[in-house]
Structure formats: C-alpha cells, structure tokens
Ligand binder design. Structure first.
Ligand SMILES: [Zn+2]
Ligand SMILES: [Zn+2]
Length: 338
C-alpha cells in the first residue's frame, strides 16, 4: 500500500510503498476513504508533543492521521461490532488500558497508557490502515466520506471543549479553523451567541465565521465587544490565554482546546480573580464521540472541506500551518494517481 510517512520529527512526509498491515485480534483492516488533517498532525510532525512526556513513546517512522473514514476489508478473530463493507470512523484515541484509575471512572481520555492514532499507532495518511474496533465508530449516513472525516477530531474534541464551557450563553472562539467552524454551528444550535476571534488581518476567516452564525468577528488582538461567559481557544498561541481571560466575565471559563500551545505569558492575578477558570481539554472519551456523532446530523453540522490527494499531504500541512484554507483539509487516497 502507499502511505505518507514521517521519517523523523521535523522532516517532510515521504510518499512510500509499505507492506499492507494485517489486522490483530480486535482490529479491523480498513480501506481509507478519507482522512482529515488536524493541527495536532502539525505538532506531531514538528516534534512538539515531546513536552507531554507520554508514557508510550511516539512511533517513528510514522504514518500520521487520526480522523479516518474507512471501509472494513477484513476483521480480526475477536471483532464483533463491524462487518466487512461497513463504514467506520477512527479517532485520535486508539487504545486505553481499561484498568487505571482514569479508565475505570469515565476518564479514559486521561489514561496513562493510552495510545493515539497517528502518533503511537500508524494512522490514516495511507491507502490502508488497521484500528481496534472498540475505538471505532459507525458514522452518520448523511455525511460523505470527506465531510465525515473532520467530525472525528475537530468535531468531537471541539465538542468536548464546548461542553467544558458549561451553560455559557455568550461564547468567544479564538482561532477559527476546522474545530471552530464545526463547533460554532453546535453552539448556535444550542442557542448560544458566538463571537469569533481570528488571526489579526485575516478577513476571510472573519467572513467565514460570520457566515456560520457568529454575531461578531474580529482580530484576536481586540477585546471582546461584550463580556464573554466562556472562551474556547483553538489556536496554539499561549498569549491568547490572558487575552481571553480579560474578555470573560466573572465566573467565566477559558478552555484551552489544543494539545500544544506556545508558553503562556504571565499576567496579573486580578485578571483571574472573580472566580474565572482556565482549563485544558485532553483527547476524547468514546462517550464524547458517541454523543457528538448523534448530535451532528441533528444540528445539522455542515463540514467545509478542502480535499487533497494523499501524495499532497505535505501541501495540506503547509496550507494548514499558514492559515491558507478554510474549514478542514482532507486527504483522499486514490485521487489523481495517489
Ligand atoms: Zn487506563
Ligand atoms: Zn486532531
């Protein structure tokens, strides 16, 4: 099979012919139909997740990609949830131990021994992949393969971040990329007001946010025109934390939704005082995924996607890095010869 392989951190992906993977006992072998590109993939490629000191070291060389839509070609001996031909989604959470204090009280997203797709496990920047069926999901039929792919991380980890905002009515969203464009639609559906804070000068992103129901959109260097009840930060920019904190009302929460951020500059305690909270979101639980995938077609959440052939994964990563696309980049194997 053909795959885009990361040989080592901070290198370009290389289009490579690999042996086809074989499904283990609990695994399905999937033909990849689409795999969305996530900001986390940039952090993986850049070697920035070393800071997290995960117990399971990242795999190298690695096939990245953790928003996979595939169809089952073959099943391991213990596979019972899916049949050959079924369409399934594969998210970032690829395996957990099931035994640690986190796993046994509903917080498997924090499992010490978790393995993540496209990080410790080969992912979906490939024609074929294997995944543990216990961490895969059926996908809502209303979505095409390409449109379903970004739901699997941007959508469902974004949704976990939104839930962390509690019942906040006026929500600020910092960084209007793949996650924000999906979650803004859910927030509007829930009757919340959305204010979008985009890269200063990025008028296209501001217009995009307004088209998805934001009532205000402007540069993240501006204060909010009205006090926020909560802020979700999707951009990997630590300076946005104190900026968002200055815009949330007393009792408000600032949710850092990404897996990596530049350092947070120091700020006066008075800006946190007033029972404001700063918290992060790490990974997902399977329950998050089930809840979000049930909700998405009801909203209905619509994906804005930019498809790329598999062989052009580096271009997709570059476009994401430089903010040159709206919505989500999605790799589609089998197009244009790759
Ligand atoms: Zn565990
Ligand atoms: Zn992701």
């Amino acid at each position: 099979m053909r795959a885009m392989v990361l040989p080592a951190a901070r290198q370009r992906l290389v289009f490579t012919e690999l042996a086809s993977p074989r499904p283990g006992e609990h695994q399905v072998l999937l033909r990849v139909r689409a795999c969305a590109v996530c900001r986390t993939d940039l952090h993986v490629v850049d070697g920035e997740l070393a800071d997290l000191k995960l117990r399971e070291p990242p795999k190298l060389p690695l096939v990245p990609g953790h928003e996979i839509v595939g169809t089952v070609l073959e099943k391991g001996a213990a596979v019972s949830r899916f049949a050959v031909g079924d369409r399934v989604g594969v998210p970032w959470l690829g395996w957990t131990c099931g035994e640690c204090p986190y796993c046994t009280n509903g917080r498997e997203n924090l499992c010490d021994r978790a393995r993540f797709t496209g990080y410790q496990l080969d992912g979906g920047f490939a024609e074929l992949t294997v995944a543990d069926e216990r961490y895969c999901f059926p996908l809502p039929e209303a979505y095409s393969d390409v449109d379903a792919a970004p739901l699997l991380c941007a959508g469902l980890i974004g949704y976990r971040a939104l839930r962390a905002a509690g019942d906040a009515r006026r929500l600020g969203i910092y960084g209007f990329g793949a996650a924000a464009h999906l979650i803004a639609q859910v927030a509007r559906f829930q009757g919340r007001e959305v204010m979008a804070f985009t890269r200063p000068g990025d008028d296209d992103a501001a217009r995009f946010a307004l088209s998805l129901g934001a009532t205000w959109a402007g540069g993240s260097d501006q204060p909010s025109p009205a006090p926020l009840d909560a802020a979700l930060i999707f951009a990997p920019v630590g300076a946005l934390v104190p900026a968002a904190l200055r815009s949330v009302a007393k009792g408000g929460t600032v949710v850092c939704a990404g897996i990596h951020m530049s350092d947070i500059p120091s700020f006066p305690y008075a800006e946190l005082w007033g029972e404001r909270t700063i918290r992060s979101i790490a990974n997902l639980t399977r329950a998050d995924a089930e809840e979000f995938l049930r909700l998405a077609p009801q909203v209905p959440v619509r994906s804005t996607t930019v498809p790329y052939p598999l062989a052009r994964a580096n271009e997709a990563l570059d476009d994401l890095r430089h903010g040159r696309l709206q919505g989500a980049a999605v790799l589609v194997p089998g197009q244009n010869g790759a």
